[in-house]
Structures are given as structure tokens and as C-alpha cells.
Design a protein around this ligand. Structure first.
Ligand code: ZN
Length: 230
């Protein structure tokens, strides 16, 4: 476990490395941020947004909470979404769940953790809505994979139905929402092929996505080989 002093030393070393490559890097960031992407993901320490998608500071706006929940009443998430969409004009929102999520496991196992159970009720809501699909699998690992994917799909639908996204689409703004899953075990990001834009029929896309998830065998999605290409 590195000491706090080590973290500050790491920071100095990182600054030196960045400036070696690009002496104006921080000065430029001072004047503007113009990210094209908003990442909404889990707070899990193994799922660092910028590192996973190889983007430097300035290129991705980030919101993370336990189990990547988009709740209509969550002023924090809505404010991040509003800032990103209405002010920064990001073009893509990535809703990123991850295999191995403790919040998903708590829902599957019916575990009681404490105050966070109130937050994780959002995950249990997904489980209740898709009880038949999850219960069709007897293997715990398979149930975890499936709930993880279903939960991403549900949160993508939530995003599409927020006033922020609805207003952006009504105004003709270019904005697409994508559902993705990250694999802690292999470091790979996979798409759930849920992509919603201004002209999308949200309910129809959601129905197709839920059916596609239910039709899989309950194993991790195999990442598209083309996504591995440089
Ligand atoms: Zn998680």
C-alpha cells in the first residue's frame, strides 16, 4: 500500500512526464475543456474511466457512483449530465457497467450491507423487472453477468428519458447514448449494442436489447475482435 507521500511524489513524476511530452499541456487545459464523451460508470477502483479508454485529462467528462445507477431523482447525476450535454455539448454518453460489480452481487445474493442498500435498491429494481430472465439461469456467475448487462440496459433507458437528453434531442443536438460493459478480468470494454440517438424509438431499442441479453448463454460477452484493432 503506497503512503500518502508516495501519492504526491507520483503526482510530481506524472506532471514531469506529461510536460516532457507536451510543455503546454496544462496551460492549454486551463483555458478550455471540450470533451466529446461523458462516462457514467461504477465507483469501483478497478474501473478508471480515462485509463480504460486511453484518453488524457480534458477528453472525457466523468460521473461515477456505486453500480453505475442513473436515477431520475439523483440531482448529482442529473447535474453532471446537464453540464456535459447542455453546456459542454458532448456527443456521446457511455453508460458503463462492469462484470465483477459488488453492487450487482449484493442484489443477486440478497446481501444486506447497510445504508448503501437504499442506493442498491435501484439494482434490485432491475432484478425484479427481469426476474424471469435472471431466474432462467441457475449458475450464480451466469446470473451475475446477466444482471450486470440488464442493469446497463435499464440505465441507458433512464438516461434517454431524462429531461436533459429529451431536450437535447428535441433541439436537434447530436447526442448518442451507448451501453457498455467492462471486464475486470480481461481489461476489455465491450458494447452491448444499445445505441440511442435523437430518432430512436427508446422502448423498441430497449425491448430488443433485453431480448438479446436474455438470448445469450449467461457468459461474459466476447469482445468484438475489430475493437481490438489499433
Ligand atoms: Zn461496480
Amino acid at each position: 500500500m503506497p503512503s500518502l507521500a508516495q501519492l504526491f511524489a507520483n503526482n510530481r513524476a506524472w506532471v514531469d512526464r506529461v510536460l516532457d511530452d507536451d510543455p503546454q499541456f496544462f496551460e492549454r487545459l486551463t483555458h478550455q475543456q471540450a470533451p466529446q464523451y461523458l462516462w457514467i460508470g461504477c465507483s469501483d477502483s478497478r474501473v478508471p474511466a480515462n485509463q480504460i479508454i486511453g484518453l488524457p485529462p480534458g477528453d472525457v467528462f466523468v460521473h461515477r457512483n456505486v453500480a453505475n445507477v442513473v436515477a431520475y431523482s439523483d440531482l448529482n447525476c442529473l447535474s453532471v449530465l446537464h453540464f456535459a450535454v447542455a453546456i459542454l455539448k458532448v456527443k456521446h454518453v457511455l453508460l458503463v457497467g462492469h462484470y465483477g460489480c459488488g453492487g450487482i452481487a449484493a442484489a443477486i445474493d440478497g446481501a444486506r450491507l447497510g445504508i448503501s442498500d437504499n442506493w442498491l435498491q435501484h439494482v434490485r429494481d432491475t432484478l425484479e423487472r427481469h426476474r424471469a430472465s435472471v431466474d432462467a439461469l441457475s449458475d450464480r456467475e451466469a446470473r451475475l453477468y446477466r444482471l450486470c448487462e440488464l442493469h446497463v440496459a435499464e440505465q441507458v433507458v433512464h438516461l434517454a428519458r431524462t429531461t436533459v437528453v429529451q431536450d437535447a434531442w428535441a433541439g436537434g443536438q447530436e447526442l448518442t447514448i451507448h451501453g457498455c460493459v467492462y471486464g475486470i478480468e480481461d481489461g476489455l470494454l465491450r458494447t452491448l449494442d444499445i445505441d440511442l440517438g435523437g430518432g430512436s424509438d427508446v422502448a423498441a431499442v430497449a425491448t430488443r436489447a433485453f431480448a438479446a441479453i436474455a438470448s445469450r448463454d449467461g457468459r461474459a460477452i466476447i469482445p468484438d475482435a475489430s475493437e481490438r484493432a489499433p
